[in-house]
Design a protein around this ligand. Sequence first.
Ligand code: CMC
Length: 468
Amino acid sequence: MLRHETKEITDLVLKAAKKARKETDSEPEPELTKPIKWPVKCTVGPGLEGAIACETKIGYVNGSKGWLVYRGYDIFDLCAYSTFEEVSYLLLKGHLPTVTQLGNFKKKLIQYRHMPNTQRLLMSFPIEDMNAMAALRLGTNLMRHEFTYDDTDDWRPDLKSVIGADEDSIPMETVPRGEKRAIYEFGSKERGKKFESDSLGLQPASGLDSCYHLIAGVASIAAAVARIRAGHLPLEPDPELSHAANFIYMMTGRRPAPLEERVMDIALILHADHGINASTFASMVVASTLSDFYFSVGAGIAALNGPLHGGANEQVLRVLNEIATVDNVKPWLEKIRKQKGKIMGFGHRVYKAYDPRARVLGPLAEYLAKNSESGLKLLHIAQALEREVASSFGTEKKIFPNVDFYSGIVYSCMGISPELFTPIFAVSRVAGWTARVLEYLENNRIFRPRAMYIGEFEKKYKPIQKRT
Ligand code: CMC
């Protein structure tokens, strides 16, 4: 149904795919697509550039060709034909689901979107004054707190009795800005249940159910953070809606039109996984200590926040607003180049070709901006900046727009405010974080690189009084 109603979007994705396939060829890199015989020889640059950390079957990024594959499926096909729910299942389980498997997976997500206790705890913090990513990270900590067996040891206080017996109508102590009454209806019927141990035999907080819980819950928390920051109370999820539509609904209070839902769904698919990027690596490092999924995802959120990573999408919008006019693009770029500054939304450690995700998001931004005056203005500046970067850097540096360059314009055209762009990235990437952690734990070895010591030796200790 959704696909039929949004055929124009499918056509746009397929057109981008055709262009990409024409401009790149599809040979995998032999040195990066074969089983490893440890220890492996590789040339490592600063920031672990070129280092091989593990084997994976989850996803593959061919940086020189500019293509991206999840579990063998091309990203363009997934955007054209799949959904975020299906892609999350694919990343976690390794194959596309049958109708029954997808139905069961969706039921889990619907169940885990309900987090009354977590939301209640979240609302007792000054979310409206916090960085949205910090609030999201706090939310995942609270999810862990509520849902892990680890935290219910006998010696701990009974949290449920501390919180209160009647959860269906709890007067809040903290009134979000703009609300007259501080009453939030906490439904109790579909509350998340305690997890069962899974086939890996891991602790519940480290099992597959935690992955489902986090994929569902990070979206609910991001939406709650958006609501509280805008001076509203969080909303209950709507079990009739898809993950993308429910996320928009819980964020805005409005059930989205098919077009809006489809665009969000594609954005979530595009951001779901991307090799051992900084936030995925951060999640894996935490998991490798046999910490759990909640701490791992918290580390992922923290790493994603930086402007060199997921935080770039918010910065891009700031930059486009700062440039302000198409005529100012050239002088602005000259100034940045003189200062040897980085242009947000450009460049990539792996891609030395056009980022396939930007190949979809660029045309999506163009499509949506047709109906938004402010969006169109931003788009024209962005397109002029892209042309100017291409001509001023030339081809030798291979600096192209990355996923973060056009995503902000897409979200802006959907009426989403910039501080939520990076949380949306996390709502999607949690699928990749959890899938990668789950896979890594099957053959876990704690991460422990070394540094080259270039400091001094044999210095004599001086008492503080004798130091100058
Ligand atoms: N603007 C200007 N110059 C750039 C840029 C840029 N955005 N990106 C790379 N370069 C230059 C850089 O100055 C360096 O030049 P030189 O060799 O003369 O010193 C060369 O290209 C190699 O760059 P690098 O910084 O060594 O590359 P890296 O692999 O360490 O960093 C990066 C990759 C993404 C952090 C970087 O390209 C960057 O800072 N981009 C801007 C921030 C951004 O858009 N981040 C989002 C990345 S994609 C989505 C995600 O992962 O979240």
